[in-house]
Design a protein around this ligand. Structure first.
Ligand SMILES: *[C@@H]1O[C@H](CO)[C@@H](O)[C@H](O)[C@H]1NC(C)=O
Ligand SMILES: *[C@@H]1O[C@H](CO)[C@@H](O)[C@H](O)[C@H]1NC(C)=O
Ligand SMILES: *[C@@H]1O[C@H](CO)[C@@H](O)[C@H](O)[C@H]1NC(C)=O
Ligand SMILES: *[C@@H]1O[C@H](CO)[C@@H](O)[C@H](O)[C@H]1NC(C)=O
Ligand SMILES: *[C@@H]1O[C@H](CO)[C@@H](O)[C@H](O)[C@H]1NC(C)=O
Ligand SMILES: *[C@@H]1O[C@H](CO)[C@@H](O)[C@H](O)[C@H]1NC(C)=O
Ligand SMILES: *[C@@H]1O[C@H](CO)[C@@H](O)[C@H](O)[C@H]1NC(C)=O
Length: 468
């Protein structure tokens, strides 16, 4: 370890002379300097700084090797209390790198991890088995900037340090049809258990920002995610075939859905068969004029169930909650519970689309009807709305068990005449204004749509106070 006793001695010595260099001091400052406290699923016994491994924060030198050497070295401490790698203030240009288990990446305030624009810095990975192909192109996909697979206990956090995807050049290539592989995400954690991503800012991702996939016990907290509102596919957070996920206190401005809940695509997702379930989303603020605050789908072929969303704010956003599916997806979206949404300047408050006909290839099963049932929305306020609801089920496959209660919607100056446009759906409403469609009749006795009272395991996961 570079972060040894001698270095601490030197730091203390220099400190006495009042001349210490704050960058060296990041190495082990806990007793001698202002220490940083943070909350995490696990604390680590060992600490190192990227500078200990030859990192250069000038925004020009590639640090891909420094990250690799650092994390390879620190992975040997997994069995001895684990390690935290500090990314100190400065601009750290890097290509894709891989995380390890029992490990924390801590991005300090003033640190910016800058994504390289050189394609050779991004290894290619095969398509996800539940998708069958890349999202942008049928070939491989560029590994995400920060990638991890088959890990336990991995944390990406900071005191609001930044990851800058420098997405502009990728967006340009995407728009010009110049990509032969799928664009990278900023963070993808695959086949992992006990994952935390918190207290950092993500800007200008080439595509999706945060993608936990095939994982469990995932905690996402206090992220600021920013991308131009016209940037392509810059989804905020995409829990995909994950169990026990909690997303809270995030602020997202993006060019695509702020949160998109997924579980694989058509025949590939059906075959893989891994749902997203036990998902909590709370205290989210979203701005996304062309997309949804929370989308369920469109890739939902492993199923989506038991989603609980509450205290959601949306401003200048296309829709509140949107279900997207199509024939060929199969599986289900069921047991969805949403309460306390507050929205302003929305095209649609509620939107369900049964004809989201994007398919990976012509090999999808035309008899794979998705089952959409037990969808519950209550305590919703919205103002300056164009359409209250567009609820489009599938002929021969209606969406059922829709319950909507205590909803107050004020319309724009020039609202559309048909406020509730309903086809192939069934359910009830209560205290909804403007009055809903005939397919969602108002109950004579007022009802309160359900929201579960029990707690999910991810709500009771223990969180430690850690120090650097
Ligand atoms: C990260 O791990 C994946 C899967 O093991 C591998 O294909 C990829 O090359 C690794 N990336 C880097 C930058 O080493
Ligand atoms: C990662 O985990 C998955 C699912 O358990 C398994 O199929 C795969 O072989 C593992 N990969 C590695 C590199 O261990
Ligand atoms: C983190 O930084 C972003 C971007 O500068 C800022 O908008 C946000 O308010 C900061 N969050 C916290 C918790 O300090
Ligand atoms: C209301 O919504 C319209 C778009 O439908 C928008 O142009 C206008 O600025 C909004 N008004 C307010 C007061 O936010
Ligand atoms: C209706 O929803 C509002 C929030 O939008 C809430 O303050 C109010 O208590 C709810 N009313 C009932 C009867 O639950
Ligand atoms: C809708 O407008 C009415 C009358 O101006 C107001 O009392 C109510 O609070 C508004 N509701 C919402 C959700 O903005
Ligand atoms: C109602 O919804 C259907 C299906 O989404 C759409 O095709 C139709 O144009 C809508 N009608 C109006 C008047 O908005």
């Amino acid at each position: 370890m570079a972060c040894n006793y001698e270095i601490v001695q030197i730091v203390v010595g220099v400190l006495v002379l009042g001349l210490f260099d704050s960058r060296t001091a990041q190495c082990r400052p806990s007793r001698v300097l202002e220490s940083i406290e943070y909350s995490a699923l696990s604390c680590r016994k060992h600490t190192a700084s990227l500078t200990d491994f030859g990192g250069v924060p000038d925004g020009k030198t590639s640090n891909t090797k420094a990250f690799k050497v650092a994390i390879d070295k620190l992975s040997s401490l997994a069995g001895d209390g684990g390690a935290q790698l500090i990314v100190p203030p400065g601009k750290w240009l890097t290509g894709s790198f891989n995380l390890t288990s029992h490990f924390t990446l801590f991005i300090q305030q003033g640190a910016v991890i800058l994504a390289s624009q050189d394609e050779s810095e991004w290894p290619l990975l095969p398509p996800l088995p539940s998708y069958g192909r890349g999202r942008d192109a049928p070939g491989d996909r560029f590994s995400s900037l920060i990638f991890g697979t088959n890990l336990t206990d991995v944390i990406i956090t900071g005191n609001n340090g930044t990851i800058d995807g420098q997405g502009e050049s990728w967006w340009k290539k995407f728009r010009n049809g110049e990509l032969h592989n799928t664009r990278p995400y900023l963070i993808e954690i695959m086949h992992s258990d006990r994952v935390q991503i918190s207290d950092i800012t993500l800007i200008n991702s080439p595509s999706w920002n945060v993608h936990p996939v095939y994982s469990s016990n995932v905690l996402v907290q206090r992220l600021t995610i920013l991308a131009p509102i016209d940037s392509p596919n810059t989804d905020g957070i995409d829990p995909d075939s994950c169990t026990n996920t909690r997303i809270e206190d995030c602020y997202i401005v993006s060019g695509d859905d702020c949160i998109a809940v997924k579980s694989g695509w058509d025949q590939y997702g059906i075959k893989f068969g891994m749902p997203t379930e036990k998902l909590i989303i709370r205290r989210l603020t979203c701005i996304s004029p062309d997309s949804a605050t929370i989308a369920l789908g469109s890739e939902m072929s492993g199923g989506i169930k038991d989603v609980r969303a509450e205290d959601i704010i949306a401003i200048n956003t296309q829709s509140g909650i949107r279900i997207k599916t199509a024939i060929g997806r199969g599986a289900y979206v069921r047991d969805i519970f949403v309460r306390r949404m507050n929205m302003k300047t929305m095209k649609y408050v509620f939107w369900m689309s049964g004809s989201y006909n994007q398919h990976p290839d012509p090999g999808f099963d035309p008899k794979a009807f998705p089952k959409i049932e037990n969808i519950n929305y209550k305590d919703v306020r919205a103002e300056n709305v164009t359409y209250s609801a567009r609820l489009e089920g599938i002929p021969q496959d209606p969406f059922t068990g829709v319950c909507i209660s205590n909803v107050s919607i004020n319309l724009t100056e020039k609202p559309k005449e048909l406020q509730w446009n309903c086809t192939n759906i069934a359910g009830v409403t209560s205290h909804v204004n403007p009055k809903a469609c005939n397919l969602l009749p108002e109950k004579e006795e007022p009802i309160n749509c359900p929201f579960p009272n029990d707690r999910l395991p991810i709500e009771d996961i223990s969180i430690q106070k850690c120090k650097i």
